[in-house]
Design a binder for this molecule. Structure first.
Ligand code: GAF
Length: 376
């Protein structure tokens, strides 16, 4: 059944509109966004889809096609409390809550959601869901929101309602993606600069099979360590620090290592954007390797299975391209870039197996446009 058919089966009428909102893969720039730094993600073809129709009674009813057709329902006028029985619905509630709290008058709605973004892979299934819900509800409620504003609201909803103190990379990538391009994002100014992907390059994503799940605590701890490092140096954010400042700041070894990752990663992102624009996959591969090593050794957000997968992909790809963990860490997926005509050989030779012994999920991805209406 299509999503429109599932919507009709659940709510009795066809949907008024359907929205798509892509997941994202981050090519480089991890844990830099909440430090006001730089990131280089791309929106990808796996996506969340939202079918919706307005309701006149101020209630939201949501059906999750990927969770056996589970239904959640609440009133826009009531307080929003997280519901551990329906964690998927918290993201929807987080978005309606963030929109309402920031003065947007929302119509009630019937909503059906489904998605192809693998969950727990670090490919932004939750951000794409929230950006899609925001896009759909703004349209149903009769007001226009710029993509960057939808991204801001989705980030606020995830921080305030879900409790993950995330940055804004995932939401901006889902909202502002440009087909064929990565996005160089300055997470302080929120300027988004599309960078064309070299025509001969292929993005590969391989999911380690180690699900991320329940990592908010470790994520928020890393963020707090970064904020402590910035405060100790008297700067607004680690974006404003350089290596010389770090070394002279008298930080304890752990805080120094966390900050060193962020400061060095910011420099790598800017070098990577230049390398990509020049079609230089060799430099790109070196930067991806350095990024992974920094995440493993200084930021300590990789796991052994992911390190093994990255090492194998790096060896198979060789100098023209590279591989690194993508996303928040503690499991999830690896992104690789290689010459398109090498992709079959690389994937054909890959021996990595998930912890359960089965072959990993592999996506051959293309960079896609950001969220928008696909039917109205
Ligand atoms: C997660 C967060 F949601 C992002 O904001 C970002 O910090 C990322 O981890 C790490 O780069 O996806």
């Amino acid at each position: 059944m299509t999503l429109a058919q599932q919507f009709a089966a659940a709510f009795g009428t066809p949907p008024a509109l359907i929205v798509r909102a892509p997941g994202r893969v981050n090519l480089i720039g991890e844990h830099t966004d909440y430090n006001d730094g730089f990131v280089l993600p791309a929106a990808i073809s796996v996506e969340s889809r939202i079918a919706a129709s307005p309701r006149g009674d101020g209630r939201i009813r949501v059906m999750a096609s990927d969770f056996g057709g589970a239904l959640a329902e609440w009133s826009l006028a009531a307080d929003y409390a997280a519901d551990p029985a329906e964690p998927w619905a918290d993201y929807v509630r987080g978005m309606t809550s963030a929109m309402a709290q920031r003065g947007h008058t929302l119509t009630g709605a019937d909503i059906a959601v489904s998605g192809t973004v693998p969950k727990g892979a670090g490919l932004s299934s939750s951000a794409s869901l929230m950006v899609g819900i925001g896009t759909a509800l703004a349209s149903l409620s009769g007001f226009a929101l710029a993509p960057a504003e939808i991204a801001r609201l989705a980030q606020a909803g995830e921080c305030d309602h879900v409790g993950m103190r995330c940055g804004i990379m995932d939401q901006l990538a889902s909202a502002c993606g440009v087909a064929g391009h990565a996005l160089m994002i300055d997470c302080r100014s929120l300027a988004v600069q599309p960078v064309a992907l070299p025509p001969g390059a292929q993005i590969l994503i391989v999911h380690s099979g180690v699900a991320r799940g329940l990592v908010e605590g470790a994520y928020n701890e890393r963020r707090a360590q970064c904020e402590a490092a910035a405060a100790a140096m008297g700067v607004q954010a680690l974006r404003d620090a350089d290596m010389a400042m770090l070394e002279g700041a008298g930080l304890d070894p752990l805080t120094l290592a966390r900050a060193r990752h962020v400061v060095s990663e910011n420099a790598r992102v800017q070098a990577a954007a230049a390398a990509l624009a020049a079609g230089d996959l060799v430099t790109m591969g070196e930067l991806m390797a350095a990024s992974h090593a920094s995440m493993r050794d200084d930021f300590q957000i990789t796991v052994p299975a992911v390190d093994a997968l990255v090492a194998e992909l790096q060896a198979l790809i060789g100098p023209e391209g590279g591989a690194r963990m993508t996303g928040g860490g503690f499991g999830g997926a690896v992104v690789a870039l290689c010459a398109a005509d090498r992709a079959d050989a690389v994937l054909g030779a890959l021996t990595y197996r998930k912890p359960d012994g089965t072959p990993p999920l592999v996506l051959r991805e293309t960079a896609c446009d950001g969220a928008g209406l696909v039917m109205r």
